[in-house]
Structures are given as C-alpha cells and as structure tokens.
Design a protein around this ligand. Structure first.
Ligand code: AMP
Ligand code: MN
Ligand code: MN
Ligand code: MN
Length: 296
C-alpha cells in the first residue's frame, strides 16, 4: 500500500534526518538528552532514537529534541529471527502508548538475561571468567543486557583491543560466547509497528549474511506483512552498498531511510547526522511520516 500523504517537495530528500541511534536505554553510552544535543550540534533537523527492543527513552528524547527545535519521530529497532539470522526492523512514527507494541517489545526483551548467563558460561569455557558481572557493569537498563555490553567488558578487561575485534573473535556464530536466541517473528514486529500507526523499515540490509534468494524472501515477506521502508544510507553500509540498496529500494518500491546507528563517541565510526544525503532518485521514508513528526 502506498501512503497517501507523499508530498511533492523535490528538496525533501536533502533534509538532515538521522533516524537510527542508541542511548543508555539500550546499548548506547549517552543519555537521550546528550544524544539530542549532539544530533542538534551536528545539524540534524529530523531525529529518532531507536533503542533495541525498548521505547523507555522516547519521552525524554522527544522532549529534548523539541526543546532544541528538531523534528522528532518515535523510534525503536526490533530484533527479529528470520531463517538463521537476526534481522533488525526499525519502527518509526508509532504511538508510544500502544499497548500491543509495548507488550511485543517486552516479550522480545524477555530472555536476554538468561541468554547473557549462557554467553558468560560459554566465555568461561575458554578461560574468560566473570563476564556476566563484568557486562552488567555497563548496562543502563537491566532488561537490555546485550552483546555490546559484553564487548565493552572484553575490551576494558584487555581481552581484545577494540569492539570490532571482539565481534570477530567472540560473541558471533562459531565463536566463544555466541548463544543462538529466538527473537520476534518478522510479521509480528511489522504488525506491532503498523498497528501503532508507524512505519516499518529494514535496518542495514547489507549486514545480513543472506544468499540472494534468502534476501529476496526477507524483502518480499516484509512487504507482504506491510513493511514499506529500507535503510539505504546507514553507518553500516559502504558507498557501494548504498548504491546497491538504492537500487533495491527502487526495484521493490520501498521508501528509503537514513540513519547513523550511532552508539558511542568512542566506538561509532559514523557521527550523528554526518552521513551522505539520500540519493535524489529515492523517496525518503519521512515523506510518508509528515503527519507523525512531532514539533515544538
Ligand atoms: P544483541 O542484540 O545483544 O545481539 O547485540 C547486538 C548489538 O551488538 C548490535 O546492535 C551492535 O550494537 C553490536 N554488534 C553486533 N555485531 C557487531 C560488530 N561486528 N561490530 C560492532 N558491534 C556489533
Ligand atoms: Mn546496538
Ligand atoms: Mn541493528
Ligand atoms: Mn542499531
């Protein structure tokens, strides 16, 4: 279904929109307020905080954004199991008070603690002791212990020089500390977002290790469930991948999104608001979300 509110503004794709980042409410290191200030200082005009499986930071992010004169879209990034991969679906512009969305996110968060215990056991088997307590020290939200917190522990305790190395040696399939986990279903995640009045977007599509057939299945099933957006310009994509997924957006008639996926000043390669603009041949996802943008 094409949104009825697409407006013909030829310059709209040039808006400095950053619709993907993380705060202490999930696995970022900054508060929602500090992120808003940083986004504003970087020239962001339209912003969304998209914590993993969690919307507890939305009111703070919106209030800070509006006080600084930025437009704000509610946001989250939902973990989904699809084939044998974890896929991330970003939700934008939903009603944060929606009970079904809140229940779905709570169910998706559930089990992270048990998974973390199992990850720590796996790390202990290769001689890395105390990882559960170690990771917990970095956690801002007790319901959201994530691999990122384990990565910070492994860097600060000297096991690895940086988080990039952590994810090459640990916490990923085939490596110590990896524990498979069942996340939300693709259709459920898209439905929670849509039924709450929002728009669903496939996050960083180049990150998944899918064959072309599997990627086709992801995109067509996502569309069949009512998903209408895909990230094209993201901190996770190379220049070539941006071109490739711009073509994908056009091929499937998807709206294009832009977001840094900023987590931390120390760890993130991409600064808030500092990505290239969306290619002018694409329809920006924020065109379909004009009526959902909150302003002061
Ligand atoms: P989880 O939701 O607990 O599985 O943790 C996933 C998070 O780990 C992602 O949202 C990223 O923040 C981080 N992550 C995963 N893979 C990498 C990687 N290769 N390099 C850096 N961070 C990663
Ligand atoms: Mn993350
Ligand atoms: Mn992600
Ligand atoms: Mn993210």
């Amino acid at each position: 279904m094409r949104p009825a509110v697409l407006q013909d503004n030829p310059r709209m794709h040039l808006l400095n929109a950053d619709l993907h980042c993380h705060s202490q409410v999930s696995d970022g290191t900054l508060s929602p307020e500090a992120l808003a200030a940083r986004a504003h200082a970087q020239g962001v005009e339209l912003w969304s905080l998209t914590d993993h499986d969690e919307i507890g930071g939305q009111a703070r992010a919106r209030d800070a954004a509006l006080a600084l004169g930025m437009g704000y879209l509610t946001g989250t990034e939902i973990s989904v199991s699809f084939i044998r991969e974890t896929v991330h679906i970003v939700g934008l512009g939903f009603d944060a008070d929606d009970a079904a969305l809140q229940a779905g996110l709570a169910a998706t968060r559930g089990g992270r603690r048990e998974r973390a215990s199992a990850m720590a056991e796996s790390l202990a088997e290769v001689g890395i002791a105390g990882a559960f307590e170690g990771a917990l020290r970095y956690v801002g939200n007790p319901e959201l212990i994530s691999r990122t917190h384990f990565a910070r522990f492994l860097v600060d305790s000297g096991v690895c020089p940086d988080t990039h190395t952590v994810f090459r040696r640990y916490l990923t399939p085939g490596n110590p500390g990896y524990v498979p986990h069942r996340w939300a279903g693709l259709g459920d995640a898209v439905r929670w977002i849509r039924d709450a009045g929002g728009v669903a977007v496939i996050a960083h599509p180049a990150r998944y290790r899918f064959t072309p057939t599997e990627e086709y299945a992801l995109i067509t099933e996502f569309i069949a469930h009512g998903g209408i957006g895909i990230e094209v310009v993201t901190g996770s994509h190379s220049a070539a991948e941006q071109i490739r997924y711009a073509d994908t957006a056009l091929e499937f008639g998807l709206l294009a999104s832009r977001g840094s996926d900023f987590h931390s000043p120390e760890e993130s390669r991409t600064e808030l608001g500092a990505l290239p603009g969306l290619p002018g041949r694409l329809q920006p996802v924020w065109k379909a979300l004009q009526h959902r943008i909150q302003r002061a």
